[in-house]
Design a protein around this ligand. Structure first.
Ligand SMILES: NC(=O)c1ccc[n+]([C@@H]2O[C@H](COP(=O)([O-])OP(=O)(O)OC[C@H]3O[C@@H](n4cnc5c(N)ncnc54)[C@H](O)[C@@H]3O)[C@@H](O)[C@H]2O)c1
Length: 383
């Protein structure tokens, strides 16, 4: 079997999710090309070495530029905060490396455009990791839409709600600093919802948005603070420079009307990535916290038996499932990342593109930026 060497940059939340995916993919799926966990990169050698030992990365490196410059690295996996995506992706594209990039794509639309141009020009395979597209129940939603079971789509109702920063003592991690995160839940969570909406409903023509902030100052973080992980340095307070919630309404190009809610202040909601789609022939409901299930309403059912049915998307006919467990033996969050790795390696092997790629990322950034422009001006922005 052919193999390609991976260099991963970032070793916390996404570093673990990706490492697991690179390891699991060839164990469960037939792959023409196998990933080799070659080098892991982060800023601090000690915790990085512990990470590398745990996941089987062969080497460590504390300077990402050296990883990108290595001739023996074929794939750069970018699992760091978004203020670093542009520089690393651009360098990787120029060095001819295939790129597996975390979302949101970039800090600005302009950066995203340059990243896409560089990746397209160099001919590498580029992937933007909106992992939820590779959840079997979401794939089933797409199949029902493609098969005409939902009919003309009238409404998208999306929400991505969490509550991990409701405590005012939660520290000022990078997610709350505009120079590192770009925006708050708007870029972090709405980017996923916009990707799902584009995948299931289509492109967006107009957007109107409102954002707000509930807590203006937070304790400065210690070195271990990361996504969902507190820890204050005791060195005082710092200013929150991103929004805490972002709500937007959109008109799709096909005439459907949509709404998106993104917040980290939805007390009790942990990772409530939710959507409803209403069409002329039927409707769909998905909630990541019940990710093996899809709710489906069909107007074709006899009138005495109409109602939402819950489909457990764990049959071999459902995408990816035949490679896992027998029916009803549910899968989890991490499996979406495995599916992404399988499709990414297949795209490299076949020379075909994979969705979403950097070109999708540009379209997504256009929508996200237009929403922020709308929130600032109070006006609807036409794309
Ligand atoms: N696909 C998803 O569902 C999902 C979920 C969470 C995060 N993300 C995205 O993944 C990216 C990383 O987020 P995370 O949650 O893993 O963050 P994290 O805080 O858990 O980890 C960030 C990592 O980046 C490393 N890092 C920071 N600066 C660096 C530098 N200059 N050089 C090398 N390493 C550096 C840190 O050491 C750490 O290992 C973000 O873009 C985020 O939006 C995606």
């Amino acid at each position: 079997m052919k193999s390609l060497n991976v260099g991963i940059i970032g070793y916390q939340f996404m570093g673990k999710a990706h490492s697991n995916a690179w390891l699991q993919a060839p164990k469960f799926f037939d792959m023409n090309v196998k990933p080799v966990l070659k080098v892991a990169c982060g800023r601090r050698a000690e915790p990085l070495q512990a990470f590398a030992d745990n996941w089987g990365w062969e080497e460590i490196e504390t300077d990402w530029k050296k990883v990108v410059a290595r001739d023996d690295i074929d794939i750069i996996d970018i699992a760091v905060p978004q203020h670093l995506h542009y520089e690393i992706a651009l360098a990787a594209a120029k060095a001819g490396k295939h790129i597996f990039l975390e979302k949101p794509m970039a800090m600005t639309l302009e950066q995203a455009r340059k990243m896409a141009a560089a990746a397209n020009e160099s001919g590498v395979t580029h992937y933007l990791n909106h992992n939820y597209r590779r959840c079997p129940a979401v794939r089933l939603a797409r199949k029902l839409i493609d098969d005409g079971k939902i009919g003309d789509i009238y409404h998208w109702r999306g929400a991505y709600l969490q509550d991990w920063i409701t405590d005012p003592d939660f520290p000022l991690t990078w997610h709350l600093q505009a120079d590192k995160a770009g925006s708050g839940p708007h870029g972090d969570l709405n980017s996923h919802s916009v990707d799902l909406a584009r995948y299931l409903v289509g492109d967006i023509a107009k957007v109107t948005a409102m954002t707000t902030r509930f807590i203006d100052e937070r304790p400065l973080p210690d070195a271990n603070a990361a996504t969902f992980k507190g820890g204050s340095s005791g060195a005082g307070m710092g200013k929150v420079t991103v929004e805490d919630a972002s709500f937007m309404t959109v008109m799709f190009e096909n005439g459907a009307l949509g709404s998106f809610e993104a917040s980290r202040f939805a007390t009790g909601r942990k990772n409530y990535n939710f959507f409803e789609i209403y069409g002329s022939k039927g409707s769909l409901i998905f909630n990541l916290e019940r990710m093996n299930e899809l709710q489906y309403f069909s107007k074709d059912d006899p009138d005495y038996a109409q109602g939402f049915r819950t489909i457990l998307a764990t049959e071999p006919v459902h995408d990816y499932i035949a490679n896992w467990w027998p029916p009803g033996h549910v899968i989890g969050y991490e499996h979406e990342f495995v599916h992404a790795v399988v499709d990414f390696m297949d795209a490299i092997d076949s020379g075909k593109s994979i969705s979403p790629d950097f070109n999708d990322g540009v379209k997504e950034m256009e929508i996200l930026d237009a929403a922020l422009e709308s929130a600032a001006s109070g006006r609807t922005v036409t794309l």
